[in-house]
Design a protein around this ligand. Structure first.
Ligand SMILES: [Fe+2]
Ligand SMILES: [Fe+2]
Length: 147
């Protein structure tokens, strides 16, 4: 059972965005699988750091586009991104301090709930808006390097 099973609930209906989100979810699952049974604390920390970095990079790109186009819901959207990262940092802190964190019981459901909610609401609004305006995330970010 993957840590974060892909769900139809995650889909926005915009193929390029759904593809990008699916890649992120697949990557989290692959990294989790490669941890195997009874991983060391260092391996768990490396896993958490890696998924934190990948998720952070995904959010940073969206936030850059939102800033560049002066998106009206930037603050609220960013706030939700920060909330998930805070949750991951909390798990990292407890792991680092030597506590056992049951990732399948804590991280999995948290990611599942957060992605399900965020993709269906904040990301759906943002990406449908971008689609209406004919804005492509990657090229927009390249054209606005300082946003
Ligand atoms: Fe997203
Ligand atoms: Fe987002």
């Amino acid at each position: 059972m993957p840590l974060l099973p892909w769900s139809e609930r995650f889909k926005l209906g915009i193929p390029s965005v759904d593809h990008e989100h699916k890649e992120l979810v697949d990557l989290i699952n692959e990294l989790y699988d490669s941890l195997g049974h009874a991983p060391t604390k260092d391996a768990v920390m490396a896993f958490l750091e890696e998924i934190n970095a990948r998720i952070h990079a995904h959010f940073a790109l969206e936030e850059k586009v939102m800033r560049g186009m002066r998106y009206d819901e930037l603050d609220a959207h960013k706030h939700e991104h920060e909330d998930l990262l805070d949750g991951i940092h909390d798990i990292m802190d407890r792991t680092e301090a030597g506590g056992f964190v049951d990732l399948e019981a804590e991280l999995g459901p948290r990611l599942q709930a957060w992605f399900g909610n965020h993709f269906a609401t904040k990301d759906a609004r943002l990406h449908h808006f971008m689609e209406e305006q004919g804005i492509d995330e990657e090229s927009f970010a390249r054209q606005h390097p300082d946003a």
